[in-house]
Ligand binder design. Structure first.
Ligand code: ADP
Length: 669
């Protein structure tokens, strides 16, 4: 349930983030487009106003040219020239001014007195005939007369002999003398050539033309290039009698991504903005990832803490509890809230031990590092039960390497104690069983051994009774017989006692014992078996041996076991001289130990047997239990010593074990 809730929450956050990012991206894109568009607009308006200025300049250029031409025309009449000279001067003027196609001197009746044509073109009116346009000229001259100044005709097209044509316009200048019009000067302009004069000012991407009101081009200059983006500027050229429209078209090359510096700048800034946004986004993603990693790590830690069976507790340097895990709370029965902040006299300290614990805590807080393997202590559950714990403590070091307190781990060792107790009990039982088995084995020996004194007692008793019945006895005889009987009974008693001593379970306790005493205790039992098997027992004790610290019952049993194994190994028909050597000597090089040995001249131990010798229940004998050697080793190791065996040259095996030396006053380990 909680899981789906979290997932839904994550899903929502994911989509919210996506939406925000999309909105941001759209906004940036819109801004970018707007900026680029505005930059384009600005550039276009700049171009447009430049074009407008160019058009105005062109118009004023044309106007001043026309005025200059009028002055030149007027100059032709200076000094009332003869027609021939006039024509010569007019020709000069025509050479200078290409836009003028023809100049005529007419009288007041519009009759041509003199004329001259441009040298640059074939005669203009050859094909059309000058008379056909007479009305245009007359109209212009009438207007000129009216206004007493130059007047222009409307423009018209003149087809020419070369198949082409030319758009022309007439200008009529009245020649007046004392207020009376004496004649006219008529000049014909080629609109095309008039535009040619502007050529120098035009850029390659401009086209200049004279148009009619509807846009029809009358004459034009420049290359007409069609392009997506064309700018247009129109300017009226107002002349007396007519009005011309001058139009300039300009185009820009194919639309450019970076049309100008401004656009480039805006784009660069936008790119920088987007990059910064992307970097920020990346950074944010990293941060989010780190956050989610941290959350995962926390969840992991929590799960780990909750699953731990080891109790954990942290204390600060003043000894106040700053953290406990659930396992610790469960162990002591107090909640985390009850424990937090507690320092001296923690509620889980048994009152009778509180003083000791307080001292231990003070030592710890003074900076003493506890043993790494931990130490045992006793805690008290909330319900009052005491239980043993194993405490392992370590300094708590923070990220800066400074110690901020102590971290302790607690193991409830009740169960461990119980298992140890159980295993000790079963070990004891095993030993008891092994001892009983040995006793059983001895029973037959015992009966054989007791037979002799009993038989002797019986024969003494029978002899005595015979003597008594016959009355042929002396007091001395009776006394001797009684003495022998007592002797034999004592011997039998000793045998029984030696077995009894061994079997009787004495308290386990370490005591300082002389090695000889250990041998003395078991020799009677060993001899029982030795006599039966025909074994000669030799005791070899080094002089000056110290006391050994041991549980004598156990060690005696070990010696007995080893001796019995040795004698059984020699119970073979091919072994004639059967010798069992028992003894003890100083262990070398460490004289704090005494080494005991039991050597036989048996067949030795085969390698495959040697491998399993100490495995419980391993035996090669039909009636064997296989427990002897494994128990022997346990006993010796419990004493801190070691049990080993090796070949006994020239034949047989020697088992050795070590025991620590000790005096009766020495403290028990
Ligand atoms: P058990 O005597 O009941 O068989 P042990 O643990 O005392 O059990 O001995 C295990 C085996 O080790 C014996 O069965 C025997 O084969 C071998 N063994 C022990 N002592 C000797 C020895 N002195 N010489 C040869 N073999 C031995």
């Amino acid at each position: 349930m909680a899981l789906t809730e979290t997932r839904r929450e994550r899903w929502r956050a994911h989509w919210r983030r996506r939406l925000l990012w999309s909105a941001l991206a759209a906004l940036v894109l819109a801004l970018l487009v707007t900026l680029v568009w505005l930059a384009g607009r600005y550039e276009a308006s700049q171009l447009q106003s430049k074009l407008d200025r160019d058009a105005a300049d062109a118009v004023s250029d044309i106007r001043s040219r026309l005025t200059r031409n009028l002055q030149s025309l007027q100059a032709l009449q200076f000094g009332e020239p003869l027609p021939a000279r006039w024509a010569a001067e007019a020709a000069v003027l025509l050479r200078e001014r290409r836009e003028l196609l023809r100049i005529e001197w007419r009288d007041s009746q519009h009759q041509i007195l003199a004329q001259a044509g441009t040298p640059y073109r074939p005669a203009v009116f050859d094909r059309l005939g000058r008379d056909s346009v007479h009305s245009e000229v007359v109209q212009a001259c009438n207007a000129a007369r009216r206004i007493s100044g130059p007047a222009y005709s409307r423009s018209y097209f003149v087809p020419m002999t070369d198949g082409l044509g030319v758009e022309v316009m007439e200008v009529c200048l009245p020649l007046a003398s004392a207020g009376v019009v004496m004649g006219y000067l008529v000049a014909t302009y080629s609109l095309q050539d008039l535009l040619d004069d502007l050529a120098g000012q035009l850029t390659r991407s401009q086209e200049v033309s004279f148009t009619e009101g509807d846009g029809t081009r009358l004459a034009m200059r420049g290359m007409a290039r069609r392009s997506s983006r064309v700018f247009k500027a129109q300017q009226l050229l107002d002349l007396p009698g007519t009005t011309l429209v001058l139009r300039i078209d300009s185009w820009r090359g194919a639309p450019d991504l970076f049309p100008n510096v401004l656009t480039a700048l805006v784009t660069a800034m936008s790119i920088a903005l987007v990059s910064i946004l992307l970097l920020l986004g990346k950074d944010m993603r990293r941060r989010l990832k780190a956050e989610s990693d941290l959350a995962d790590a926390l969840a992991f830690r929590k799960a780990m803490e909750d699953s731990l069976v080891t109790g954990l507790r942290a204390r600060d340097l003043e000894g106040r509890i700053s953290y406990v895990n659930p396992a610790f709370c469960q162990m002591v029965g107090f909640s985390a809230e009850e424990l937090m902040g507690q320092s001296a006299n923690a509620p889980y300290w048994p009152p009778e031990l509180a003083d000791e614990y307080k001292k231990r805590q003070d030592i710890r807080l003074a900076g003493n590092v506890p043993p790494r393997e931990g130490f045992e202590s006793v805690f008290m559950h909330k319900d009052g039960t005491r239980f043993p714990v194993l405490i392992i403590e370590a300094p708590l070091i923070n990220a800066q390497g400074v110690q901020t307190g102590w971290m302790s781990a607690f193991l409830d060792i009740r169960e461990q104690r119980r298992v140890e107790e159980l295993s000790r009990a079963s070990q004891d039982r095993l030993q008891a069983t092994a001892r009983l088995a040995m006793v059983g084995e001895m029973a037959s020996l015992l009966s054989h051994e007791l037979n002799q004194p009993l038989a002797a007692i019986s024969s003494y008793a029978t002899g005595m009774r015979n003597l008594l019945q016959r009355g042929a006895h002396t007091l001395a005889d009776v006394e001797l017989a009684m003495h022998r009987i007592a002797e034999q009974a004592e011997r039998a008693g000793k045998v029984i006692k030696s077995v009894h001593d061994f079997v009787r379970r004495r308290d386990q306790a370490r005591e300082a014992v002389a090695p000889l005493a250990l041998f003395d205790a078991i020799l009677p039992l060993i001899n029982l078996q030795a006599r039966k098997l025909g074994v000669q027992v030799q005791l070899r004790l080094e002089s000056g041996l110290p006391l050994v610290l041991c549980d004598r019952t156990m060690v005696e049993q070990v010696l007995l076991n080893l001796a019995r194994n040795g004698m059984q190994a020699m119970d073979r028909p091919e072994i004639r001289r059967r010798v069992l050597q028992l003894g003890a000597k100083h262990a070398s090089p460490d004289t704090r130990w005494v080494e005991f040995f039991v050597a036989d001249v048996g067949p030795g131990i085969a390698p495959e047997v040697a491998q399993q010798l100490f495995t419980p229940f391993f035996t090669t004998k039909a009636e064997g239990m296989g427990l002897g050697l494994s128990l022997c080793r346990t006993v010796i190791e419990q004493h801190g010593g070691a049990l080993a065996f090796e070949p006994h040259p020239p034949q047989g095996t020697v088992f050795t074990f070590t025991l620590p030396t000790g005096s009766p006053q020495a403290p028990l380990p």
